[in-house]
Design a protein around this ligand. Sequence first.
Ligand SMILES: Nc1ncnc2c1ncn2[C@@H]1O[C@H](COP(=O)(O)OP(=O)(O)OP(=O)(O)O)[C@@H](O)[C@H]1O
Ligand SMILES: Nc1ncnc2c1ncn2[C@@H]1O[C@H](COP(=O)(O)OP(=O)(O)OP(=O)(O)O)[C@@H](O)[C@H]1O
Ligand SMILES: [Mg+2]
Ligand SMILES: [Mg+2]
Lengths: 264, 264
Amino acid sequence: RTRCIAVANQKGGVAKTTTVVNLAAALAVLGCTVLVVDMDPQGNASSALGLDREPGSPGTYEVLVGNRSVSDAATTVSGLPGLLAVPATVDLAGADIELVSQVARETRLRKAVETFLNQRAEAGNPIDFVLLDCPPSLGLLTVNALVAANEVLIPLQSEYYALEGLGHLASTVDMIQQHLNPNLVISAILLTMFDGRTRIAPQVAEEVRQHFPAELLEAVVPRSVRLSEAPSYGQTVLQYDPGSVGARAYLAVARELDQRDRRL
Amino acid sequence: RTRCIAVANQKGGVAKTTTVVNLAAALAVLGCTVLVVDMDPQGNASSALGLDREPGSPGTYEVLVGNRSVSDAATTVSGLPGLLAVPATVDLAGADIELVSQVARETRLRKAVETFLNQRAEAGNPIDFVLLDCPPSLGLLTVNALVAANEVLIPLQSEYYALEGLGHLASTVDMIQQHLNPNLVISAILLTMFDGRTRIAPQVAEEVRQHFPAELLEAVVPRSVRLSEAPSYGQTVLQYDPGSVGARAYLAVARELDQRDRRL
Ligand SMILES: Nc1ncnc2c1ncn2[C@@H]1O[C@H](COP(=O)(O)OP(=O)(O)OP(=O)(O)O)[C@@H](O)[C@H]1O
Ligand SMILES: Nc1ncnc2c1ncn2[C@@H]1O[C@H](COP(=O)(O)OP(=O)(O)OP(=O)(O)O)[C@@H](O)[C@H]1O
Ligand SMILES: [Mg+2]
Ligand SMILES: [Mg+2]
């Protein structure tokens, strides 16, 4: 069974993209087959994976609004066998508004991903993980991701504002569960950019442990410059500096997620 | 003449809120009268200023969707004379979709702010600066801010992804200029979380200097833990640690903006 994980948090700059890109690479290194879908019009995940983002070449926009298939839009990622990705082009910025008046506006991604997963399973080449990189909002692009996914991974920056949005995100997941996707659970909360020397980071960790003890991952991603340098080379940190603390952290996240399997 | 500045960037986590809150405090310390409007449903600026965010008490949502006046919704900020703020409650999260089908959906904030500014001017108590904290998206809340403003300040994190979104933001400002607000200019680009020891930060600075030499502010805000600690006390950094490098940086930003006046 394919695990389809939406990496979501409406707070901006909490390492959603950094988590999708490096977790995908870590899972691929551990032998999994992974599909990344870039749902963010900024297209940061697409550029971090070195993908072509020419407007017009099929990407997430064409899948959501133009009825193209995921197999048309997905491309391989150089240097990372086992990893496929659907890029985001700037056209995607219009999708939030364009989808408002369309039929089945919340379920378009789910249909497209399900068709693709079935095709791959029938061909004997199943996908193990799908990772969806969400934009920093709770609009129709994130809703599509939460409807397509069966679990949500929430990256949480270890800073003060991080906790403010968590309640709102959790109630959005509840609402999606009730009306659109009964399978959806918050399966993991990942502390990112963790700097134990600050006063705040351990406080945020403690606060999250009290409210979401089962979801909080043991693995924590420390603040590390190598993580923010890798995308400027179009590489994941696994390729850029495999021995770095960032690479090891995302390998630990991959192993822990693999072992925990989604909570049933 | 009041300067109305939208602090905007669709990239998340680049210090939009940190800039609005601390620049407002710095301007107030320098003797200006400032109105802050929190346009972000996350309400981070509201909580950083220690404002009450009870759902139902009038805030930005009631001004945009419920036709309340800014003078009804604005409250003073304790500890900072000269500073007023309109808080954001979680109702605001629905405004993006709710406004889509309303009449004059892009100009609601402008009308409300103009009425308030005229009232204050007639009462002999004019507002010097209005600062609008935008969410990390280019939806109707940010569009309302760009229509109400006469200038845009773009906080730019000194990291790789920062440059990717700049072109898209500049073309959105152009589009608003052509169709909705001919007065609008990008008046300032502010480098935030600048860490000169990294390889990337100076490269980003150089790249911006080439494309936007006139807009790039001399003042730069370095990465500093005191800036991220202040909001957990409901204070600006000017109150929390007035001698800190973060407080001095935002005072320098305030002085430079005041001197440059918006480009005509
Ligand atoms: N552990 C880390 N250490 C240092 N820098 C990091 C780390 N994780 C992410 N970053 C950097 O922080 C910035 C924000 O991360 P990223 O863009 O992945 O967040 P995001 O949540 O995807 O943002 P958005 O809300 O805009 O989509 C980036 O410049 C990234 O390189
Ligand atoms: N100069 C700085 N030094 C250290 N930390 C900073 C600095 N500026 C901002 N921060 C911290 O970085 C995080 C992101 O900043 P902030 O929330 O202001 O960005 P934003 O652009 O408003 O985010 P969003 O896109 O979610 O609205 C916050 O935790 C903030 O405290
Ligand atoms: Mg991102
Ligand atoms: Mg903000």
